[in-house]
Design a protein around this ligand. Sequence first.
Ligand code: UDP
Length: 503
Amino acid sequence: MGSQGQAAATDDTTVCKTTAATAHFVFVPLMAQGHLIPAVDTALLLATHGAVCTIVGTPATAARVRPTVESARKSGLHVRLVEFPLDYAAAGLPEGADNADNVPVEYMQSYFEAVALLRAPIERYLRANAPFPTCVVSDFCHPWTTVLAANLGVPRLSFFSMCAFCLLCQHNVERFGAYAGVADDNEPVVVPGLEKRFVVTRAQAPGFFRGIPIPWWEEFADYVERARAEADGVIMNTFEEMEPEYVTGYAAARKMKVWTVGPVSVYHKRGAEGTLAARGNAAAIDAGECLRWLDAKDPGSVVYVSFGSIARAEGKQAVELGLGLEASGHPFIWVLRNADDYDAAARAFLDELEVRVAGRGLLVRGWAPQVLILSHAAVGGFVTHCGWNSTMEAVAAGLPMVTWPHFTDQFLNEKMVVEVLRIGVSVGVTEPLMYRAAEKKPTVVGRSVVEDAVRSVIGGGEKAEERRRRARALAIKARAAMQEGGSSHRNLMDLVDRFKTAS
Ligand code: UDP
């Protein structure tokens, strides 16, 4: 379509009314909800501490966060969202495929190549539109931003919405060659270089973009690793008090400064239903309706079930999950991302289930206002795929979790929740459920496993009570970290202070 490079900025008059010694962070998030949402929240948090922030995005992706950014601008924050369309035709991408959740897996390479071509138009835009940046904050999946930052003559920080535990485990496995000589992807390997013993497999923690049997991805993984090693620092959506040894350990292993700034979802204040309902995408359910439904339930009685923005399941799995939730006897909100793809039998099952559990079970077909739901007192547990944002949102809400990892960092996040923080119960998935060889059928988690896990997390008993106590105590620490005097608050202020100028 040849429109690449024509940036469309939101009105930026407020952004320009800043003094020369103001930090100006340019955020280059990955165009995927799990990367974009925390990057936007972090930008808005920095802006509340006086920074100017420019967030770049592709059109369909930017549209999802525009309401949040606009509302921040109306409240006086110096933040702008600038769109850069991909050249779909040249990249061989389906028109409009500009977000990881709508790019078919076979087009992923083209997608990453097309996104990298945004460097020149972004650079042109930044040179032409004051104020000049003082720091690039780019998602670790964008190694080409090394050139962007170098051309602009400013430092570059890698942005991760991941925990330090996961990053350190992954780093150590690679640094110490832990998989050398391991023939089977499912062979247990002890993560080297840690005080405590954690066992992983290559299937669960292959390394970012590793293990794909296509040479382009191996080269891309190396490029990503070089860019990470050369960064001027790291911003992470986690907080020091939750995992001090891993934050310190990762900073030492990488020999770079780590700023922990989470949980970043706390940017959205309780009571701000409007912005929370629109966080990350337009919700498929009215926020008011959702809150009224929750208001009618007993405190801590509802289980919330969601597998994030990318994970998909087959109809067979949905049936087992639905039966397990029904059998648990607890009220539930279940977010179904791809129910339209299910076979006729699974779709019919869902319709019948909805009738059977009317009043007790709420099915959301599409995007749910997740943080709004998790912060409601009626919610007592979260069945999660362990995406790091969802995990941090549950931590901030003080909720125990049923852990059900699907792919990438989610297996290490599960270890964090179950073994380090001890606030979760696993359903026992041991191999990735997605992005795997087509001939390998994913495991189906049975209804009785779901029922037992939900009952043990949300039900009575000493173990469940202890888990809840630990989760609540952690939430208090999480909130303290974000308040004045807290570690994340301090780190945000330090970033704004340190990057006032590019030098
Ligand atoms: N999310 C949401 N509603 C949904 C699904 C997801 O608000 O229906 C948000 C969720 O709160 C989180 C993000 O999308 O902030 C998902 O990120 P995560 O790291 O948990 O998982 P991913 O989508 O990257 O697998």
